[in-house]
Design a protein around this ligand. Sequence first.
Ligand code: ZN
Length: 326
Amino acid sequence: MIYPWTHSQWHGLIQRASDDRLPHALIFSGLDGLGKYSTAKHFAHFLLCETPDNEQACNQCRSCIQFNAGTHPDYTSIEPEEPGKQIKVDQIRTLIDGFSLAQHYSKHRIAIISPADAMNLSSANSLLKSLEEPPAKTLIILVTSNLAVLPATIKSRCQHIHFTPPSHDMALSWLNSKHPELASHSNTLLAMANGAPLNAFSQANSEQVELRELIFTHFCAIGLGQQSPLSIENRQLKQGIATPIQWIYSWVSDLIKMKLQQLQSIVNSDKADQLQILAKKVELDGLFAYLDQLIDALRLRHAPLNSQMVMDELMLEWQQASTKTN
Ligand SMILES: [Zn+2]
């Protein structure tokens, strides 16, 4: 499915294909919930179709029938064997072994790795060999919402396609058309999803809304020096630590935008008033340093760490970062 806000990326991809300028590896980066994986899969389908028409796969040829049945021999999609776990080196080795065989009948052999940042170091190293000496007619699409986590050696061998959230108005009207029953709080849900419309649905449960409120309250109180870091309990983090870290990341990013007077690109419009107060108190240096610490925490989010300990540590680091003065 191609969403209205990914049209320019889609046309860029079609253009590269028709100009015969496709690289061996692409990275699709940008927030979760923008349709990166869906675009990658749609593109793979389009490239494998024998008789594409008007920028779309025909859905009738032999290749399309196999693709839609999930049995196309020249298409592989790699993801962690369990959600939230790492992509193992054996999965990458199997993929690379498959590349050494001749393609069946298509012009391309295509693999999608998603989320690419779930590759551990051995997996990434194993993939790197393929990227250094790419087999003919292969295309690997790495999909990631955490580009900073991917090794520089991998990033430098890929062409990058970045996905950005739609304008607030486009996102709201799309959300309201798909889920009119959520219209009364679609503004908050969109902010929680950092402006990424597809994630606004997945976060539309009251526990997640309450957890974000709770962490935001701590975040503000600590930032204003009104309270010491408190524990968020493990049971409250049972859906994992990645989403809460991304919320904090987006609050800190908004604080930086406020300090730099880039108010038009604020994501958390539902928290703008409190963030403005906080922005007056904290220094830019501390905010940038804290962003780095959040990236480090995201890097470890697939490792088997205790979520409560990670959150405690992040709140402690926030206390230090927010009291930092020039
Ligand atoms: Zn077809």
